[in-house]
Design a protein around this ligand. Structure first.
Ligand code: BTN
Length: 237
């Protein structure tokens, strides 16, 4: 992972570039990194804003031989890898909020967006987009996200070297991805549950099509969230 890196000064979205080069058969492990994103994309058709030169915005291409339904596992693997990398570069605790936000002191520092190209029930490529607020200060955040977003610098009080952080993410992802291909999702699942804030708590899970309230029981071996509603019914989200 990260053996091939395409570095861009300014792009609309690294997701878009990565999808293009994936289509042109870029090898597995290729990463597109941008200094600036003009139209960064978030989950559920939201936009993702980041400050030029102060964030890590990158998209990784993976080509696992598996059915598309398993792709959410890769998002969880990515979240776990980033938490491990954050531990290497800062002492502030990072937690995972289902499914794939990473928080420090209750505010979001990392967002992950996974997009798929699949054919005939087989994944062709998975594009995993990672957005990390690294060295931004409070004034850098737009008004509407000020209360919910933060950066590594704000939380740790230190400037963080982005290259080191990126290297640590590649290091952990490479290790976990290999382990995942060999031994399956179980080891990742256990790590994820140990980093996740929400296990045992009441949450509201929102997807594009529905909203569900309930207590988080954990995730299944497939990487799907298990929620228990007030009536004791267990839902998979
Ligand atoms: C979210 O939390 O909504 C996901 C945010 C994902 C942002 C990253 S930044 C790199 C990549 N390129 C994009 O346009 N989005 C992802």
């Amino acid at each position: 992972i990260g053996r091939y890196v395409q570095y861009e000064e300014s792009v609309d979205s690294t997701q878009k570039i990565a999808a293009q080069i994936a289509y042109e058969q870029a090898p597995e492990g290729t990463v597109v990194i941008a200094e600036e994103q003009r139209i960064g994309r978030g989950r559920m058709n939201r936009s993702w804003y980041s400050q030029k030169g102060k964030a890590v915005t990158m998209s990784l291409i993976l080509r696992p031989k598996m059915p598309p339904q398993q792709a959410p596992q890769l998002t969880l693997l990515t979240a776990v890898s980033i938490v491990l990398a954050l531990r290497d570069v800062t002492h502030v605790q990072a937690d995972i909020k289902w499914p794939n936000d990473i928080l420090m002191n209750g505010k979001k520092v990392v967002g992950i967006l996974t997009e798929l190209q699949a054919e005939a029930d087989q994944i062709n490529s998975v594009i995993i987009g990672m957005g990390i607020n690294v060295n931004s200060v409070e004034e850098d955040f737009p008004e509407q996200v000020k209360d919910i977003a933060t950066s590594l610098r704000i939380e740790s009080g230190e400037k963080i070297n982005r290259a080191t952080l990126i290297q640590r993410i590649f290091f952990h992802m490479e290790k976990l991805y290999k382990q995942y291909l060999e031994h399956g999702f179980k080891p990742i699942k256990l790590l994820w549950e140990s980093f996740a804030l929400s296990v045992g708590k009441e949450i509201t899970a929102r997807t594009l099509s529905s909203t569900l309230k309930g207590k988080v029981l954990g995730i299944t071996d497939e990487g799907v969230l298990q929620l228990e509603d007030n009536y004791g019914n267990v839902h998979l989200v």
